[in-house]
Design a protein around this ligand. Structure first.
Ligand SMILES: [Zn+2]
Ligand SMILES: [Zn+2]
Length: 340
C-alpha cells in the first residue's frame, strides 16, 4: 500500500511538473529577449578587445597592452615577441568565446527554472530500485514510475508516462551474434501529448517487451496486430510452472504463511513454493529447511538463470541451488505450499 501511495504521489508530482512546463512558457518568452541583448553587448565588447579602435589602444585595453609584461620588447626580440603575441591572441580569443558560452548557459538556465525541478524529479526516480532498464546495443531504455528515458550515444529522450501514447509500429527478425538463431526486435513509438516534447522510437529485443510493458502505466497499442514471439525463457517458465503444479503439494510445518509474507524476489506475490528433496542428486545430500520465500515465478526465473544459457534443451533436467541454504534441487523437488 505504501508503495502504491508513493507511486501515486510521484505520478502527481510528475503531472505537476508537466503543468509547470506549460505555465513557464510565458516566462521563457520574457527571458528570450535577454539572450540577443547579451549577444549584442558582449559582441561589441569582444570586438573592442579583438579589433580595438584607436581610443581603446590608447587606454592599453588591447591584446599587446594586456599581455605587455609577458610579451617583452619587440625592438629587442622581434621573433620571440611575435611568437608570444600569436599565442596571447589565441588564448585571449579562446577566453572570449568561453565567457560567451558560459554567459549563454547561465541565461538559458535562468530562463527555465522548471527544468531544475524536472531534472530533480527524474534523478530521484532513477535512483529507485524498482525502475526497469533494458539495454539494446548502444541505447538504453529506462522506465521509472513516472518517466520513460532513452539514452544513446548522442541523444537523451524523455517522456512523462502519464503524457504519452505508446504504439507498437514494427517488428523485425535479426540474426543473433554467433548463432544460427534469429531474435525479434520491436519498435515502439512514444508520442507525447505535450507539443513541446518530440516523438521518439524505442527499439528493443522482443524478450524485454513484457518486462517493459509491465512497468508502463499506459498500454502499448498494437493496432497493426503484430505478433510478438514469446522468449525462450518465457516458454520454459510456462512448462516449469506446469511441472511444479503436477508435483505433490507441501502441507508441512512451513505451510502456515503469515499474511504479510512476500516473495523476496518480486516483493509482490506471496511465497508459495517449498523445496522438498525427492530426487537423488549426485554429490548433494540433505534437505532444505528454509521456509517458503519465493513465488513460483521467481523461483522459476532463479532456476533458469543458473542453467547453461547455450543449452536450453538441458534446462528442465538441470539442478539449481536453494538461494538461501544452497541445497541442490531439481524441478521435481518443488512443491506448491498447501496453505491451511
Ligand atoms: Zn516473486
Ligand atoms: Zn534452502
Amino acid at each position: 500500500m505504501v508503495q502504491l501511495a508513493n507511486c501515486c504521489l510521484l505520478t502527481r508530482k510528475a503531472e505537476e511538473d508537466s503543468e509547470q512546463v506549460s505555465k513557464q512558457q510565458g516566462r521563457m518568452q520574457q527571458h528570450s529577449t535577454t539572450l540577443p541583448w547579451f549577444t549584442v553587448v558582449y559582441g561589441l565588447l569582444a570586438a573592442c578587445v579583438a579589433l580595438p579602435p584607436d581610443a581603446i589602444v590608447q587606454l592599453g585595453l588591447h591584446i599587446d597592452g594586456i599581455w605587455r609584461t609577458w610579451l617583452g620588447s619587440e625592438g629587442l626580440h622581434f621573433v620571440e615577441y611575435h611568437m608570444r603575441r600569436t599565442i596571447a591572441t589565441l588564448i585571449t580569443h579562446g577566453v572570449l568565446v568561453l565567457i560567451y558560452a558560459l554567459g549563454v548557459w547561465r541565461i538559458e538556465r535562468a530562463s527555465r527554472p522548471w527544468e531544475e525541478r524536472v531534472k530533480r524529479a527524474i534523478t530521484a526516480e532513477f535512483r529507485h530500485i524498482d525502475k526497469v532498464s533494458v539495454t539494446t546495443g548502444f541505447s538504453r531504455v529506462t522506465v521509472t514510475d513516472s518517466w520513460i528515458l532513452q539514452t544513446n550515444i548522442y541523444l537523451l529522450d524523455i517522456a512523462l508516462q502519464s503524457d504519452v501514447d505508446l504504439s507498437l509500429v514494427a517488428t523485425r527478425d535479426v540474426p543473433k551474434l554467433n548463432s544460427l538463431e534469429r531474435r525479434q526486435m520491436v519498435r515502439i513509438r512514444v508520442t507525447s501529448l505535450n507539443p513541446h516534447c518530440h516523438t521518439f522510437d524505442m527499439i528493443l529485443d522482443a524478450e524485454h517487451y513484457q518486462t517493459l510493458s509491465d512497468k508502463l502505466s499506459a498500454r502499448i497499442r498494437n493496432s497493426r496486430n503484430l505478433i510478438i514471439r514469446q522468449s525462450l525463457s518465457d516458454q520454459f517458465l510456462a512448462i516449469f510452472s506446469q511441472r511444479v503444479q503436477a508435483n505433490p503439494r507441501y502441507a508441512g510445518r512451513h505451510s502456515q504463511l503469515e499474511e504479510d509474507d512476500v516473495c523476496v524476489g518480486c516483493n509482490l506475490a506471496q511465497p508459495n513454493v517449498k523445496i522438498v528433496r525427492r530426487t537423488a542428486i549426485e554429490g548433494a545430500e540433505g534437505d532444505c529447511f528454509c521456509r517458503p520465500m519465493f513465488c513460483l515465478d521467481c523461483i522459476g526465473k532463479w532456476f533458469v538463470s543458473t542453467q547453461d544459457q547455450r543449452r536450453p534443451e538441458t534446462w528442465l533436467s538441470g539442478t539449481a541451488n536453494c538461494p538461501t541454504c544452497r541445497t541442490a534441487f531439481t524441478v521435481n523437488d518443488l512443491s506448491l505450499v498447501d496453505a491451511q
